[in-house]
Design a protein around this ligand. Sequence first.
Ligand code: PGA
Ligand code: ZN
Length: 422
Amino acid sequence: MTFRISDLEALEVLDSRARPTLAVTMTLADGTRVHAGVPSGASTGSREAVELRDGRPERFGGQGVLTAVAHVNGEIATALSGRAFGSAADVDAALMELDGTATKERLGANAVVGVSLAAARAESATTGKDLWRSLADVAGTTPGLPVPHFNVVNGGAHASNDLDFQEFMLAPLGAPDLPQAVRAGAEVYGRLRTRLASQGHPTGLGDEGGFAPPIDRPEDVLALLVEAIKDAGYTPGRDGIAIALDPAASEFATGDGYRVAGELLTSTQLIDRYEEIIERFPVWSIEDGLAEDDWDGWPTMTARLSERVQLMGDDIFVTNPGILTQAIQREVGNAALIKVNQIGTVTETLQAMRICREAGYAQMISHRSGETEDAFIADLATGTGCGQIKSGAPARGERVAKYNRLLALAAASPDLPYGIHP
Ligand code: PGA
Ligand code: ZN
């Protein structure tokens, strides 16, 4: 299998937060055209691959991506066009070599990831395989449909309320299949809206489509979620619908400790708080429970809580194979959030996932708070059979695009297993 790239073209378009991002089109010598949309985060880890923004305040408040677009249309297109590639991995290797930095800061991780996503699609088109199947063959994994995690209450950097914890997700662990999991998420979301409205709360949404009520104590949100799950006729807990949290603690860490609902807590006190939360509520997973630089607190949290909940690293691991290797050696967490644009190429993402698999770390594929209609991550989660995905609320087109793609895959391939451990 080889494909020859004949043209590469990027365009500045909008993401779901009205910020510029890139849409990339790759044309192959046989006339095939493939596309990719580039996601972008708000509560980014400090060691993520570096997005290139124009920094010209008169355009989009400095957020324009015309420089990154010019890199795709200029330097990258010149380097890749006319060349035959034996795999998407070869394109990724060429991109990394061309950029030459560890963080993709020269060409811009947003430019690089757009081309990398398109290259994965070029490989799948050339081999005639569905994207998920093509990714599974590249990764050497057993495909399976992931458990969707619906972010139904937004706080932190994703909403303008006073809620410090960023994400409250519904995890239909007890659903028998993907369509029933999606239905459960949507039904509880509807009940939650009704409950919020009946309590006089506004039902406006945060960046990921979850409600953003003016509630500041995480426990009050959890109590509300449990009631909404029951209202919709489901059982709160691992046999029905469990809850996953992403406090995104780096965002409320101060020099003196963690500030939660007006209280200043040490790492130990915050871990105590999580312990109480786990005892009172059906929380099964906690992502970024501590800050990305709290490498002393993380092993303590892991020792205390990892038997009872999934402890997932996002800002602390940033899908980086090198950081993950260190983290595994130091027994930091037991699961990793996986975002292609945190590291910049599909190849490195698959490598990070392999490291996790071999160490017995669970994985969850993730969207970003700034998204496009591109549903690549639905195929990535299915092809790698990693068991879990988060793509925001079961509302707003850019979020729903991923869940709808999973529904289409479930319908087209009824033999695909579903669940955390398919
Ligand atoms: P981000 O947040 O996409 O805004 O970085 C997502 C997350 O923290 O999981
Ligand atoms: Zn996170």
